[in-house]
Ligand binder design. Structure first.
Ligand code: Z5A
Length: 216
């Protein structure tokens, strides 16, 4: 079977990490080889970039922020995602091109067409086979993320976007929903359900996709 590329998107605290763990366990039971990765931070260079990009104490102008995300993506695609797909693996990626359009485009107000072109450059035109959008009211997502951060004693070192006003996060949600209507690769899931119900919705789509891929 050719490789399969699945990205997960959504507002902060939508439950991507939680869902991805369930997906890894599912693919493991199916005997599939999986690369679990994320942006920013999936490659060796990306780990260093992540520390800079997400640190709320690091002053970065919006254009530099964009270019750092794109540098992370270019390295990640070239050195991790593309090789794994070539080996027939299933790649599960926590955030990818659509986060740039949602956050830097709909959130920061950058030109969407330009962002699409830059994404194409960074990825050599690679797009996911399936993008799961966990749709959630950002007020609920931020409350979940805050509760998790307190429970895990996390600091501001990754808090650049958490520090944004609720209005910013509302724009991100609207942005993701707008993008999802333009491309067939999206599965939009109601992330306000409990985690098992979210996974059950995703499972149906995964089973269909695996059948399609195996018959190719
Ligand atoms: N960003 C960008 O601007 N441009 C780009 O191009 C890219 C990224 C690639 C990366 O943040 C930031 O970079 C991101 C966008 C920006 N910022 N924001 N906001 P990150 O990777 O550090 O964090 P995140 O992607 O936002 O994820 P997160 O906060 O870790 O949330 P999550 O993974 O979606 O959620 P979770 O950890 O699975 O769940 C959060 C809590 O809720 C946790 O305690 C769970 O146990 C709980 N949970 C999960 N699911 C449920 C359900 N269904 N019900 C109830 N509770 C639940």
């Amino acid at each position: 079977m050719a490789g399969l590329f699945i990205s997960l998107e959504g507002v902060e605290g939508a439950g991507k990490t939680t869902l991805i763990q369930k997906m890894v366990a599912y693919f493991g039971r199916c005997g599939k080889e999986v690369l679990l990765t994320r942006e920013p931070g999936g490659s060796e260079l990306g780990k260093k970039l992540r520390g800079i990009i997400l640190n709320a104490e690091e002053k970065i102008c919006p254009t530099a922020e964009l270019l750092l995300f794109l540098a992370d993506r270019a390295e990640h695609t070239e050195t991790c995602i593309a090789p794994a797909l070539a080996q027939g693996k299933i790649v599960l990626c926590d955030r990818f091109i659509d986060s740039t359009v949602a956050y830097q485009g709909y959130g920061r107000g950058m030109d969407i067409d330009r962002l699409n072109m830059l994404n194409a450059l960074a990825t050599n035109d690679l797009k996911p086979d399936l993008t799961i959008l966990l749709d959630l009211d950002p007020e609920i997502g931020l409350a979940r993320a805050t509760a998790r951060n307190i429970a895990q004693n996390l600091t501001v070192s990754e808090g650049r976007f958490e520090a944004e006003a609720l209005e910013f996060h509302q724009k991100i949600r609207t942005g993701f929903l707008t993008i999802s209507r333009r491309e067939k690769r999206f599965l939009v899931v109601n992330a306000a359900q409990d985690a098992d119900a979210v996974f059950a919705d995703v499972l149906k789509a995964l089973e269909r996709l695996l059948e399609e891929k195996e018959s190719e």
